[in-house]
Ligand binder design. Structure first.
Ligand SMILES: [Mn+2]
Length: 198
């Protein structure tokens, strides 16, 4: 089983994550931000990971620190669970619709952190939220996650009007693409790179 347990405590946040990449989608998430709980549950269920994540943070200031640190710790847990990335499929992609919204996520466990987020509907900042959680928060979360997971991630929002639907499509697609990329390839014995390391 590829799993990791990571805790991180600072003056701003206190976060613990238990992640099993070879899980069944058993998820418990409590971040103090119900919308993010919803998104992380979708990510883990569609990634078919087991995830327990608890976070306490200075939400009295705003969501910024807690949201960012959860992304960092979750990415770190994923990186640790995969160890040297031996035997993985490495690349993954998924298109996921959610009613009128459509997202595409293409990713590579490259070892080089990079998030590219494109809004094909034009004007990436036009999404607004019925909850307090914003599109900017989602972007910041995804950047933090990609950084410590050492992932190249390209996310395209191909369609979407409703904020909730659009976010759901993105997080589900990310989960599905991660599931694909982390899957052990039956014929890959070593680290799937011509350089010999990721
Ligand atoms: Mn929903």
């Amino acid at each position: 089983m590829r799993r990791a347990i990571v805790s991180r405590k600072s003056k701003e946040t206190n976060i613990s994550v238990s992640l099993n990449v070879d899980g069944n989608g058993k998820v418990t998430v409590k971040t103090g931000m119900p919308f993010l709980d919803h998104m992380l549950t979708l990510l883990a269920v569609h990634g078919v990971f087991d995830l327990t994540l608890k976070a306490a943070g200075d939400l009295d200031i705003d969501r910024h620190h807690t949201n960012e640190d959860i992304g960092l710790v979750l990415g770190q847990a994923l990186d640790q669970a995969l160890k040297d990335r031996k035997g993985i499929t490495r690349f993954g992609f998924a298109y996921v619709p959610m009613d009128e919204a459509l997202a595409r996520v293409v990713l590579d466990f490259s070892g080089r952190p990079k998030l590219v987020l494109r809004d094909g509907r034009g004007g990436g900042k036009t999404l607004s939220s019925s909850t307090e959680y914003s599109w900017g928060d989602a972007e910041h979360f995804l950047e933090s996650f990609a950084r410590t997971a050492k992932l190249t991630v390209h996310i395209d929002v191909l369609a979407g009007a409703d904020f909730h639907h659009t976010c759901e499509a993105v997080f589900k697609a990310l989960g599905r693409a991660l599931e694909q990329a982390t899957r052990l390839h039956p014929r890959v014995k070593g680290i799937p790179s011509s350089k010999g390391r990721l």
